[in-house]
Ligand binder design. Structure first.
Ligand code: URA
Length: 211
């Protein structure tokens, strides 16, 4: 497992506005979308391609196109949905699966409550979308499920990460073909599991507090 923090002034600029408590939901959604597209550019650096012969108006030449099987994009419900459009803008031919994860508040174990994706992910590159890598429990459970189905290359896109969550990922997913791409690793988690300085509850900031 490796982590890549995208160091770019546009990423920092958009993230700063997302962090600002005065940013309203429509602006928050638009900026998350733009930020995801910038993260996606880095996250897809190793997307698999195959050689293709084409003709330009002048000559024959060789280029590349995304290879098969197509990459799979998996937003984790609910807040990961707010990252989907930004991701598929760069990968319009990707397939999309969905994972709903819930945490048992007593055991703190994350489990899957909804899953819509192929059973067999052998040979697939998978891009998981989850805005906040906080304790790491949800993302670890989601990625173990994907690897269990055969995914051989998993990249998680997170707007923000906490050092505690990164440590859990590194421990639980040691030796796996997993990369986390994020705009920032913040200072810490607070006693309620929120990232500090963070941006608050990503789902609520995107969609309000309808539950
Ligand atoms: N989930 C959020 O939405 N925000 C955090 O800070 C941590 C987890």
């Amino acid at each position: 497992m490796s982590i890549h923090v995208v160091d770019h002034p546009l990423v920092a600029h958009k993230l700063t506005t997302l962090r600002d408590r005065r940013t309203d939901s429509p602006t928050f959604r638009r900026l998350s979308d733009e930020l995801v597209t910038l993260l996606a550019y880095e996250a897809t650096r190793d997307v698999r391609t195959e050689q293709v012969d084409i003709e330009t108006p002048f000559t024959r030449t060789t280029g590349v196109r995304l290879s098969h099987p197509r990459p799979l994009v998996v937003p984790i419900l609910r807040a990961g949905l707010g990252m989907l459009d930004g991701m598929v803008r760069l990968l319009p031919t990707a397939e999309v699966g969905f994972l709903g994860m819930v945490r048992n508040e007593e055991t703190l174990q994350a489990s899957t409550y909804v899953s819509r994706m192929p059973d067999d992910l052998s040979g697939r590159q998978v891009y998981v979308l989850d805005p906040m890598l906080a304790t790491g429990g949800t993302l670890v459970a989601a990625i173990k499920e994907l690897i269990g189905r055969g995914a051989d290359d998993v990249t998680a896109l997170c707007l923000l990460a906490a050092p505690e969550g990164v440590e859990v990922m590194e421990r639980e997913l040691a030796g796996t073909p997993v990369t986390v791409v994020t705009a920032s690793v913040d200072e810490r988690l607070d006693e309620n599991g929120y990232i500090v300085p963070g941006l608050g509850d990503a789902g609520d900031r995107m969609y309000g507090t309808a539950g």
